[in-house]
Design a protein around this ligand. Structure first.
Ligand code: AR6
Length: 169
């Protein structure tokens, strides 16, 4: 079991699965979602359109990765801070359901963006704690998780949180 921190653009990674912070329609958007669709090409959107009913908050669905270096994209929908109940549990479910779906598809190396911490405004510290706790609890032998931070603030927070978890272990 490996958990690593990376700063940069998730779309460049040659992992088994890249996680997308999507919305329930799965029809694209801005932020990391926009970047994944732009880099991966229209094949990803075509595959998303085939998923009838979209994806609920906290859920996860899988598609081709199109032109990306990754094998698959796992789309999850984070909670919008202040707009719904049980945001913390729903955010944890995003990480847990992505790990489960990856396992089901034999995908061992999984890269996560900082789900909900962009336009969905989840507080970054709280989101990092939930992400790290959920992954530590649910990662299985053979799985490798990469937390990919795009902005400096998230990178600093993750670095500190991961260190704190290591010290506790
Ligand atoms: N690689 C890695 N992380 C990135 C990248 C990238 N290329 N680009 C942005 N981030 P957001 P959300 C980080 O807003 O808050 C979309 O429109 C960014 O710094 O992408 O879950 C969807 O369609 C931030 O930390 O996702 C939804 O409607 C993190 O990705 C909505 O936004 C998440 O920011 C989802 O909002």
């Amino acid at each position: 079991m490996v958990i690593e921190l990376i700063q940069g653009d998730i779309t460049t990674l040659a992992v088994d699965a890249i996680v997308n912070a999507a919305n329930s329609s799965l029809l694209g958007g801005g932020g990391v979602d926009g970047a994944i669709h732009a880099a991966g090409g229209s094949e990803i959107l075509e595959a998303c359109k085939q998923i009838k009913g979209g994806c609920p908050v906290g859920g996860a669905v899988i598609t081709t990765a199109g032109k990306l270096n990754a094998k698959k994209v796992i789309h999850t929908v984070g909670p919008q801070w202040g707009k719904e109940d049980n945001e913390e549990e729903k955010l944890a479910n995003c990480y847990i359901n992505c790990l489960k779906l990856a396992r089901k598809h034999d995908l061992h190396r999984i890269a996560f963006p900082n789900i909900s911490t962009g336009v969905y405004h989840f507080p970054k510290e709280k989101a990092a704690e939930i992400a790290i706790k959920s992954v530590k609890k649910h990662i299985k032998p053979g799985q490798e998780v990469f937390f990919v931070c795009f902005d400096d603030e998230n990178y600093r927070i993750y670095k500190r949180e991961l260190q704190a978890h290591t010290d506790q272990a």
